[in-house]
Design a protein around this ligand. Structure first.
Ligand code: NDP
Ligand code: GDR
Length: 337
């Protein structure tokens, strides 16, 4: 029997890599896509299948995590074996501008989805995209048993979703797990997250298209891994014998300034000449240092990250230089989904 997976947030960085992985593994992959006035499925171009193709395995459905009836209907109709809840307002700085909206889509929507699964009465495993942001002000290293101390409306919302997932596991015996993932990046990372903002700017500065890069706090320390490896970890969590929560991280620690320096150096540019401070990118409360301990995932899931900085930085800078080149030479062609 072909396994069926449902992914919320399929159009995002992780959703697109996870969809690719599950298709490779022989799954039928269903994804929820928000209606948008412009195309929002670009990250799915590599796996796009024409809806008229009778042998397709990728199915996109209009929906929204804020629409509970839509979620129940989709779950009844699809009857998935696995659900991955990756949809969220995932930007920490933006969560200070839209705290209530973020609470709804990033926090309460997880409960909405769990309740939709319960009331639809389907047998499915569920993965909740929990975050290292939940640890917030608690000093590193952070592991599964580290206390939470969120420092943003986003972090607060993720803590709610974490406990909702754990509660449904305990209350109803659902196979519901939290993957507590530290920052993971790739050429598909949204352009306003710090790594991609930097690597994209490096490509544009190198090409003479951008004079400067305006940044917030350069002292924050993060544990940056490579997104395709993290989606493999998500899948492994749902294949484990028992539902448990896992941290995924590399255990490495670099500051934002380190990342900036590595990215500019890779393109033979001096970062001090271009980087300027702009307080609008600072947060009212910052998370100073996140460095994860993923030894449980290594022990129980055999999950070991291989791509670490500075290689990760090089992959992203090279991809942005290539993408800019393709755009300027007209080689990049958009697929109409
Ligand atoms: P992205 O921001 O790239 O993707 C978010 C996805 O959620 C997009 O597909 C977006 O759709 C969708 N979405 C937003 N609002 C809604 C809504 N109301 N209904 C349905 N879908 C919605 O995030 P990532 O891929 O980087 O992260 C995936 C998940 O993992 C998120 O929950 C994030 O919070 C969490 N996470 C991420 C980490 C990271 O380092 N990347 C680390 C830890 C956790 P659209 O394309 O239309 O905007
Ligand atoms: P983060 O990622 O908040 O860790 O959340 P982000 O890349 O936005 O910020 C990382 C650090 O860089 C500092 N910073 C800047 N950040 C942005 N975006 N833009 C800037 O100009 C800038 N200058 C400095 C930030 O202050 C911060 O310290 C990400 C998201 O993917 C979440 O969804 C996920 O849960 C966590 O990672 C783990």
């Amino acid at each position: 029997m072909t396994k069926k997976a449902l992914i919320t947030g399929i159009t995002g960085q992780d959703g697109s890599y996870l969809a690719e992985l599950l298709l490779e593994k022989g799954y039928d992959v269903h994804g929820i896509v928000r209606r948008s006035s412009s195309f929002n499925t670009e990250r799915l171009d590599p796996i796009f299948q024409d809806p008229h193709d009778s042998d397709r395995h990728l199915f996109l459905h209009y929906g929204d995590l804020n629409d509970g009836v839509n979620l129940i209907n989709l779950i009844r109709e699809i009857n998935p074996d696995e659900v991955y809840n990756l949809g969220a307002q995932s930007h920490v700085r933006v969560s200070f501008d839209q705290p209530v909206f973020t609470g709804d889509v990033t926090g309460i929507a997880a409960m909405r989805l769990l309740e939709a699964i319960r009331s639809a009465g389907v047998e499915t495993k569920i993965y909740q995209a929990s975050s290292s942001e939940m640890f917030g002000a608690t000093p590193p290293p952070q592991a599964e048993d580290t206390p939470f101390y969120p420092r943003s409306p986003y972090g607060v919302a993720k803590v709610y979703a974490y406990w909702a997932t754990k509660n449904y596991r305990e209350a109803y015996g659902m196979f519901a797990v939290n993957g507590i993932l530290f920052n993971h990046e790739s050429p598909r990372r949204g352009e306003t997250f710090v790594t991609r903002k930097v690597t994209r700017a490096v490509a544009r500065i190198k090409a003479g298209l951008q004079p400067a890069l305006h940044m917030g706090n350069l002292d924050a320390v993060r544990d940056w891994g490579y997104a395709p490896e993290y989606v493999e970890g998500m899948w492994r969590m749902l294949q484990h014998d028992t539902p448990q929560d896992f941290v995924l991280a590399t255990g490495t620690a670099y500051s934002v300034k380190d990342f900036v320096r590595m990215a500019f150096e890779h393109a033979d540019l001096e970062w001090e000449k271009y980087v300027k401070h702009d307080e609008r990118y600072e947060r009212p409360t910052e998370v100073d240092a996140l460095i994860g301990d993923a030894s449980k995932a290594e022990r129980e899931l055999g999950w070991v990250p291989k791509v670490l900085p500075p290689d990760l930085v090089k992959i992203m800078v090279d991809a942005d230089i290539q993408q800019l080149d393709d755009e300027r030479s007209g080689r990049k062609v958009r697929i109409d989904h």
